[in-house]
Design a protein around this ligand. Structure first.
Ligand SMILES: Cc1cc2nc3c(=O)[nH]c(=O)nc-3n(C[C@H](O)[C@H](O)[C@H](O)COP(=O)(O)OP(=O)(O)OC[C@H]3O[C@@H](n4cnc5c(N)ncnc54)[C@H](O)[C@@H]3O)c2cc1C
Length: 507
């Protein structure tokens, strides 16, 4: 495997190019090339990330200051879920946070205590000071906190086009990745069914040893050329369309340090604040709401859309390829699959898959079969766990105000793996051991925030008074930490403006 090519220059392609470039930087025998169409723009959405991205960017040698300055970045500490519960029972604008800091990070697990005594309190607020920091619009760190480290856990909101550009600059300058602009018009297969060459409009035939398909929803190599079947997940996950819009903001506007995800009758709306605009997306099932109604509802969300912003419609193909690696081709990003934007899983899965691939890259053909099997097994497991976690948001909600929410609760739309876990968690609250694979993607902490953010009913376990006394003291301790952090941490907008001006300061 001497010549590797990545086809596609969106976030997936450039993340993969950086991972590969870094791995083979000191190996002159191996070249990494990225080919992207000069005519087909990357999709341009994908503005929410999860904390893993910090490790990745740091490993690529990108400075956090540079990244924040160049990609209109803001900090993301949580997803704030608004109206995911029945408004009649929980009030209009009811909400809960899915925080990035683990519950009870500072000691005793408070879940059992909350189940017994705390149900008039917000779960996330009881178990983590990050809840209050988010509600007070605090940054997760200060100007002197080292790059990629935080007082509180965080990821980023970013401008997707600028992010791809930064990754591309880095891959070319730091890792020597060769960047070609050309349209691939067809793909040649060998007698064995592997990919033999790409035919391009501008440069004719180009041959490589190993191919990464990062061509987005088009899935030019794995879908169109290799004909790898698509596993449809639209029976489980019902939303399939999005209207997206960018809303300009002022430099003085407050920036929430979280994504807002507001549920509506047939899906939800994301609202992501960058430094100079909000990215807003109306996600819906077009089997439950017409495009015209979705557009009207988005107008309403944007307070009548007084400046007449136009909406871009993005259909979503919900599911993934049956195989992610076939012979000498691996698909990544949207070419591999897509579920929906909730919980920002796509860049996460792409980054994970690219790093997993590069970790044990096949230097020769003999090693390929065993690695292919391992990769497909692990990625298949990860995709199914993401389906479970996304579905959880819809199926444990007590909303019943439209057919969409009723359909989401139908037993045949809930994966068996999730059903089994939900049955268990009716009897016992989750334990770390319920998540036995390293490839769960979302585990114990994430499920706790979701289940108890949405008041999932778990039977009380009889626990000693000593436990409850200790837990009560610990809950008081969290309140004290919270008050201190709210004094110490800077306002989110202020910190972003300072970083843009002075950069993060090493002390
Ligand atoms: C509505 C919506 C919201 C989303 N929100 C999030 C989110 O909040 N968080 C998250 O993690 N993810 C999100 N995603 C997913 C995210 O957008 C993608 O993971 C990310 O943008 C990567 O896309 P990509 O690189 O796979 O594809 P694309 O960005 O579509 O890039 C495809 C590339 O392939 C190239 N190409 C295509 N055809 C050819 C050809 N014939 N020849 C040469 N080159 C070609 C194009 O030029 C382009 O460079 C969202 C997706 C959607 C649809």
């Amino acid at each position: 495997m001497k010549k590797i090519v990545v086809v596609g220059g969106g976030t997936a392609g450039w993340l993969a190019a950086n991972h590969l470039g870094k791995k083979f930087k000191h190996n002159d025998a191996i070249t990494v090339t990225l080919i992207e169409s000069p005519d087909i723009a990357p999709i341009g959405v994908g503005e929410g990330t999860v904390p893993n991205i910090r490790k990745t960017l740091s490993s690529f040698g990108i400075s956090e200051t540079e990244f924040i300055r160049e990609c209109d970045v803001t900090f993301k500490q949580s997803i704030k879920f608004v109206n995911w519960m029945d408004k009649k029972k929980h009030g209009s604008d009811n909400f809960f946070h899915h925080l990035f800091d683990a519950p009870s990070k500072f000691g005793e697990d408070l879940t059992a205590h909350w189940l017994k005594f705390g149900q008039d309190k917000i779960y996330a607020d009881m178990v983590s000071p990050q809840h209050s920091a988010c509600e007070h619009k605090k940054a997760p760190k200060s100007i002197t906190t080292p790059e990629y480290e935080g007082t509180l856990g965080y990821a980023y909101h970013l401008n997707a086009a600028k992010f791809a550009h930064l990754l591309s600059k880095n891959a070319v300058a730091r890792f020597g990745v060769c960047h070609i602009k050309a349209n691939v018009i067809n793909v040649e297969l060998s007698d064995s069914g592997a990919i033999a060459a790409l035919n391009t409009k501008e440069l004719g035939k180009l041959e490589y040893d190993f191919y990464l398909d990062c061509t987005g929803f088009e899935s030019l190599l794995s879908g169109q050329a290799l004909n790898i079947p698509f596993v449809d997940k639209s029976k489980e996950l019902l939303v399939n369309s999005a209207l997206v819009v960018q809303v300009p903001t002022k430099e003085s506007d407050e920036i929430p340090p979280y994504t807002v995800a507001t549920a509506h009758q047939a899906g939800w709306i994301w609202d992501i604040a960058l430094t100079n605009r909000r990215g807003v997306g109306f996600v819906y099932s077009n089997n439950h709401m017409s495009d015209e109604e979705a557009s009207r509802k988005l107008d309403y969300y944007l307070k009548g859309n007084p400046t007449g912003l136009s909406y871009r419609k993005l259909p979503m193909k919900v599911g993934h390829r049956e195989k992610f690696w076939h012979k000498n081709c691996v698909s990544l990003g949207l070419a591999q699959g897509f579920l929906e934007p909730l919980e920002a899983t796509s860049i996460l899965l792409t980054d994970f898959a690219a790093s997993f691939l590069v970790d044990r890259f096949p230097e020769s053909e003999e090693k390929m079969a065993v690695l292919e099997q391992r990769f497909n097994h692990v990625m298949g497991y990860a995709w199914n766990r993401v389906v479970d976690f996304i579905k959880l948001h819809y199926c444990i909600s007590d909303r019943e105000d439209s057919q969409f929410w009723l359909d989401n609760k139908k037993a045949d739309t809930i994966p068996d793996t999730l059903k089994a876990r939900l049955d268990l968690w009716q009897q016992f609250s989750p334990q770390k051991e319920d998540f036995f694979s390293k490839f769960e993607v979302f585990d114990y902490d994430n499920y706790l925030y979701l289940l108890y953010g949405m008041n999932y009913k778990t039977k009380l376990s009889p626990l000693s008074t000593q436990y409850h006394d200790k837990a009560k003291a610990h809950a008081e301790g969290i309140k004290a930490i919270s008050a201190k952090l709210n004094q110490q941490l800077p306002n989110h907008r202020e910190l972003i403006n300072k970083i843009k001006r002075y950069g993060l300061q090493a002390v």
